[in-house]
Write a protein that binds this ligand. Structure first.
Ligand SMILES: [Fe+2]
Length: 432
């Protein structure tokens, strides 16, 4: 009897210990050894979607006269196609960037592996174009930075079979020290040169110096997104289609009120969305609207007041944000309350940056908040068909990715909300 009691007590103690997640300590900035390369050697290669069946290839050379050409084809070392692009550079106080090349290639076949080489030199790289139809998978991680935890997050994303990476702001944490943009470019190249990385700006991209340097100089020069292809006049907001998903990237740090260019563009973009062709509608921006962490409380409120009615009328399915260095998922919500036609809000600013985690939460947990945890990690959003998608969040549990939150999400098209709200959307779109 006594023996059984001891075993029972031990079992309860063991279960208690196993249930509590012991969060590992922060990791340091990664230091990159200086490896000199020929000045015309392509570095920091990353790719992004650039309109239907096209991809933008970006890279940097130290040589200010290196050509902006990309050779590509569907078999190794056999480049049937060649595209000519353009280049730019920028200066930032005493720093002068290398030559930043941007070359659009295509038309490309969907769901196809391409082999390519930048500038007629360097190593051959591979990229895979997204599929034309469901299923399609997005990897999602914001606030990356360049620490040991960033490396861990990137390694986990690399293990996932994804088609497109979505990044809701705060990329390099260069924070005015420009060569950190270069080390970040090198750190992400293995992933960002193989799958399109679609990013929007965070507060760490601003880097303005009053009267001398405008906001986003480095970000806009290095991470050109398909804004022209989506009818926008600013690299800070744009949209794109992947398979049956329309993705809207918004700017938390540029004007968003109803008289702003961003708001007019958003109305115009939403007026062209065809839910027969793209049943799923996603939006991303940096500062979250639904956040029960003590960090950055209320910072998204003004943008939410300006834009939430429009996004709600348009039946946006899921909204991803960053900024708060933790993970949180909401129920479908609108105007601060649970609403079956509202968006699911997911804060995923836990990519691994050096500022550490945001550990304090408001108590009690709001009704709309389902899951919240201060750990580094990444998310995977797998859209299976026009009505069902599977979301999972993977915590960096030491060096293993551990699935810690998961849920099936049904589309607002499938639940009838898109049809029910079409009149309301038309009314807002017609407002001057
Ligand atoms: Fe941020």
């Amino acid at each position: 009897m006594e023996f059984r009691l001891v075993v029972l007590i031990l079992l309860v103690l063991t279960m208690g210990v196993a249930a509590e997640y012991i969060r590992p300590p922060p990791r340091k900035m990664i230091h990159f050894p200086w490896k000199p390369k020929p000045s015309s050697y392509p570095q920091q290669v990353h790719i992004s979607l650039a309109g239907d069946k096209h991809m933008r290839i970006s890279w940097i050379t130290s040589d200010k006269h290196a050509p902006s050409i990309v050779e590509y084809g569907t078999s190794p070392r056999n480049y049937s196609f060649k595209a000519q692009g353009e280049s730019t550079s920028y200066s930032y106080l005493l720093y002068s960037s290398g030559l930043i090349h941007q070359t659009v290639i295509g038309p490309l076949e969907h769901g196809t592996l391409y082999f390519y080489r930048c500038g007629g030199k360097g190593t051959e790289l591979q990229l895979k174009t997204p599929p034309s139809q469901f299923p399609v998978t997005f990897a999602v991680a914001g606030d990356l930075g360049q620490t040991g935890w960033t490396k861990s997050t990137l390694d986990h994303i690399d293990q996932c079979r994804y088609d497109v990476h979505l990044l809701p702001g705060d990329l390099s944490y260069a924070d005015y020290i420009q060569h950190r943009w270069d080390t970040f470019g090198e750190l992400v190249q293995p992933l960002a040169s193989a799958r399109p990385w679609m990013v929007t700006q965070g507060n760490h991209e601003k880097e303005n110096v009053p009267l001398i340097i405008d906001s986003f100089r480095s970000y806009n020069s290095r991470w050109k997104m398909p804004y022209e292809e989506s009818g926008s006049s600013s690299n800070l907001y744009y949209s794109f289609d992947v398979a049956g998903v329309h993705v809207i990237m918004l700017g938390s740090y540029t004007d968003y009120d109803q008289y702003s260019d961003q708001y007019s563009w958003l109305k115009s973009d939403l007026s062209m969305v065809d839910r027969e062709r793209t049943p799923w509608l996603l939006a991303l921006f940096h500062a979250p609207w639904y956040n029960s962490n003590e960090a950055h409380q209320g910072e998204g409120d003004d943008m939410m007041a300006a834009m939430e009615p429009l996004l709600h009328a348009a039946s946006v399915d899921v909204i991803f944000a960053g900024h708060v260095h933790a993970y949180e998922r909401s129920k479908r919500v609108y105007n601060g309350k649970v609403d079956h036609c509202g968006a699911v809000h997911i804060t995923i600013g836990d990519g691994g940056n050096g500022e550490g985690l945001a550990r304090k939460y408001l108590d009690p947990q709001p009704d709309w908040s389902v899951f919240r945890e201060a750990s580094f990690g990444h998310g995977e959003f797998k859209v299976l068909n026009s009505t069902h998608a599977f979301w999972s969040w993977h915590r960096n549990d030491d060096d293993e990715p551990v699935k810690s939150d998961e849920i099936w999400i049904t589309s607002l098209l499938g639940s009838g909300c898109v049809a029910a709200k079409s009149h309301e959307l038309r009314k807002i779109l017609l407002e001057p």
